[in-house]
Write a protein that binds this ligand. Structure first.
Ligand code: ATR
Length: 293
C-alpha cells in the first residue's frame, strides 16, 4: 500500500492546490512531506486555475478522481458555490479552503478556524474557552478566526475593523459572544482582552517596518498575542508584544495546522504536524519572499 519513496505509480492518490497565482504555494512541499512521513501512497501538485476555468477544473476533479483539493486565492468564495455539499463552517463563512472528493461528490470545508485554534494551543498553550478575545480585522481570515473562537467557547469575541460594517458582519459569526467595535475605539478593547489577534494584512511583507493595525501601547502583561501574518516571521506586532514581555506567535502555525486538518480530512490519518511545521519553516527561510499557500 505504501511506497514512502514518493514515486507515483498506478495506485497513487492525488491531492492538489488550485489558485492563481499558485507558483509560490507552500502546499505541495508541506503535503508531500506529510504523505512521505505518514507512509501514504499519495502525491500533491499545484494547478494554476483562472477564475474562468474554475467550473471545468472542479469537473476535472470529479472526472479524474482527484481525492482532495486545497483552495486558495481567488477561488475560496466561488468554490463554496460550486461544490455538492458544504460543512457548517464553510457554509457560515461562505468560503472553502479544502475539498474532499467523496466518490465524485465534492464536499467543501474550511479548515482555517480550527487551524488557528490548534495553533493557539500548540504555540501559546492557550485555549479560548472562557477568555476575552479581540480580533482585529474582518476579512476572510478574520471571519474564520471569529467563528472558531466563538465555537471554542470564548466569553467575548470583540471584532475591530477599519470598515465597521464588516466588523458587524464578522462579529455575528461568534453568536452571543460577538461584538463589533470601530478600529478607532480599539485601545480599550486591547486592554481588556486575554487573547489579542491581528487578522488584518497590516505588517505583511514589510521587513523592518513598524506597521501594526492598532497601537501596541495598550498591551499589558498576561495577555497573549497571535498575528496571522507570517512574512516577515517576526512581524511588527509580534516584535512589539515580545518587547513588552508577552507571549506572541505569527501565522506560521495557523498555516501548518489548517493544512494538518485538511490532510486528516483527505486521508483519515493523523497528520505528522511536526514534519509539516519543519517543512514550512524551512521553505519560508529559504524563499525569503511572500508565499501564499
Ligand atoms: P483576507 O481575506 O486575506 O483576510 P481581506 O478580505 O482583504 O483579506 O481583509 C483584509 C483585512 O485587513 C480587512 O479587515 C481590512 O480592513 P477593511 O475591511 O477595512 O478593508 C484590513 N486592512 C487592510 N489594510 C489595512 C490598513 N491599512 N489598516 C487597517 N486595516 C487594514
Amino acid at each position: 500500500m505504501t511506497t514512502g519513496s514518493g514515486a507515483p505509480r498506478g495506485s497513487t492518490r492525488l491531492a492538489a492546490v488550485i489558485g492563481s497565482p499558485v507558483r509560490h504555494s507552500l502546499s505541495p512541499v508541506v503535503h508531500n512531506a506529510a504523505f512521505r512521513a505518514a507512509g501514504l501512497d499519495w502525491t500533491f501538485l499545484a494547478f494554476e486555475v483562472q477564475p474562468s476555468a474554475l467550473v471545468a477544473a472542479l469537473d476535472g476533479v470529479r472526472a479524474l478522481g482527484i481525492a482532495g483539493l486545497s483552495v486558495t486565492m481567488p477561488h475560496k468564495e466561488d468554490v463554496a458555490h460550486l461544490v455538492d455539499e458544504l460543512s457548517d463552517d464553510a457554509r457560515l463563512l461562505d468560503a472553502v479552503n479544502c475539498v474532499v472528493n467523496d466518490g465524485g461528490r465534492l464536499v467543501g470545508h474550511n479548515t482555517d478556524g480550527p487551524g488557528f485554534v490548534a495553533a493557539l494551543e500548540a504555540d501559546l498553550g492557550v485555549t479560548p474557552a472562557g477568555r476575552r478575545c479581540l480580533v482585529v480585522g474582518a476579512g476572510g481570515a478574520a471571519r474564520a478566526v471569529v467563528l472558531a473562537l466563538g465555537r471554542a467557547g470564548a466569553s467575548t469575541v470583540v471584532v475591530a475593523n477599519r470598515t465597521v460594517e464588516r466588523a458587524e458582519q464578522a462579529a455575528e459569526l461568534a453568536g452571543a459572544a460577538g461584538r463589533p467595535v470601530a478600529l478607532a475605539d480599539v485601545a480599550d478593547e486591547v486592554r481588556l482582552a486575554d487573547i489579542v489577534v491581528n487578522a488584518t494584512s497590516v505588517g505583511m511583507g514589510l521587513q523592518g517596518s513598524a506597521d501594526v493595525a492598532f497601537p501596541p501601547d495598550a498591551l499589558r502583561p498576561g495577555q497573549v498575542v497571535a498575528d496571522i501574518v507570517y512574512q516577515p516571521l517576526v512581524t511588527p506586532l509580534v516584535a512589539a508584544a515580545r518587547r513588552r514581555g508577552l507571549a506572541a506567535t505569527n501565522g506560521v502555525s495557523m498555516l501548518v495546522h489548517q493544512a494538518a486538518v485538511a490532510f486528516e480530512l483527505w486521508t483519515g490519518t493523523p497528520a505528522p504536524v511536526a514534519v509539516m511545521a519543519a517543512e514550512v519553516e524551512q521553505s519560508l527561510a529559504t524563499l525569503g519572499e511572500p508565499s501564499p499557500r
